[in-house]
Design a binder for this molecule. Structure first.
Ligand code: C5P
Length: 332
């Protein structure tokens, strides 16, 4: 018998706005954030196996050597190999944990073998691990003939991480009726309470990932919640209207920038480089360390990313907004 295999391409995200409203009793922080899925994707193959195992193989693409070449900066990093390339042991990977919890919660006997190829930087605030976890839940659901909007999948996603529900593209609505959230959402709570937002057009971005990643937990630990919180409403209306990229850029915000700057010199270097390249509204995404700016077109994004890449300040990407969830395709 040939085992069934699916493939999918989990996308990254950018936080266009992120306000920290307060610290909660459970140790998490109450957020008001606007997230947008972008077309920078990992690649994942999931095979349903007769043997009741969870097996994960994970590697950097095109290779760890290429990532190293881009991320070792002799001038500012003493030529040190960045810690962000150290992949966790398979059993600590969120994809592995997602499948173990899926097997327990859905009570399925077969196992899963996963090959995960990483294109999304780690410790970047781009949600790579969360997106992989959401995609593997959707892939496992498809392989087992379970509705992707099944409330158990949505519950598992929230349990695995604050950003995971966003990548499912659905949210548990009233009476657990799935609410489609798509690729642009406002998130509250610790990030798991989602409201669908609409955008009138696709948007283009330049992203710079510096040679040093940041730990989400560490950045949150060092942040002070806002005394006078900012509100995402102006950005939300602008995204739904006919705002230009310049107008949107003026509404980007991230409360976690201050603690991230204290933890890494790279945030200032990266934001300075983005500004010097002529882009407006340079902003850090999530808990960093990647920073981005909006570009007026795909051509401008590509040209600026190429120019920034020459400065050897990390890895530069030109990308655009995409919808969610990432499609799951049967290979066999
Ligand atoms: O939910 P996730 O596992 O991605 O969070 C990683 C860490 O970031 C948490 O353990 C917590 O320390 C911090 N965090 C937070 N408030 C949030 C999200 C994350 O304090 N809303």
């Amino acid at each position: 018998m040939i085992n069934r295999i699916v493939e999918t391409y989990p996308p990254a995200k950018l936080n266009l706005f992120l306000e920290v409203l307060g610290k909660r009793a459970d140790g998490f922080h109450e957020l008001d954030t606007v997230m947008m899925a972008i077309d920078l994707r990992d690649s994942m193959r999931v095979e349903l196996t007769e043997e009741s195992v969870v097996d994960l193989e994970c590697r950097w693409m095109p290779s760890e050597a290429v990532w190293c070449w881009h991320l070792v900066n002799d001038r500012l990093n003493d030529g040190k190999r960045t810690k962000s390339l150290e992949l966790p042991a398979p059993e600590h990977n969120l994809v592995y944990r997602a499948l173990v919890r899926f097997k327990e919660k859905i009570d399925v006997t077969p196992g899963f073998r996963v090959i995960l190829e990483k294109h999304i930087p780690a410790g970047a605030g781009m949600g790579g691990a969360s997106s992989d976890a959401a995609s593997v839940l959707l892939a496992a659901a498809k392989l087992c003939g379970i509705e992707q909007s099944d409330s158990r999948i949505v519950e598992l996603a929230a349990e695995l991480g604050s950003d995971v529900p966003f990548f499912l593209g659905v949210n548990s609505g009233i009476s657990c009726q799935p609410v489609v959230t798509g690729g642009l959402a406002r998130a509250r709570g610790r990030g798991e309470i989602l409201e669908n937002l609409t955008s009138t057009s696709s948007r283009h971005f330049v992203i710079v990932y510096p040679p040093e990643g940041l730990s989400t937990a560490e950045v949150f630990k060092n942040c002070r919640p806002a005394a006078e919180p900012r509100n995402a409403s102006s950005l939300v209306s602008a995204l739904g209207g006919a705002a230009t990229s310049e107008q949107l850029a003026g509404l980007f915000f991230n409360r976690l920038t201050a603690p991230a700057r204290r933890l890494s010199q790279w945030i200032d270097h990266t934001l300075d480089a983005i500004r010097a390249a002529g882009l407006r509204g340079g902003m850090m995404t999530g808990s960093g360390s990647a920073c981005f700016a909006i570009a007026s077109s795909a051509i401008v994004a590509r040209r600026t990313a190429r120019r920034l890449a020459c400065k050897r300040l990390g890895i530069c990407f030109a990308t655009k907004s995409v919808s969610l969830p990432a499609p799951i395709r049967f290979l066999t």
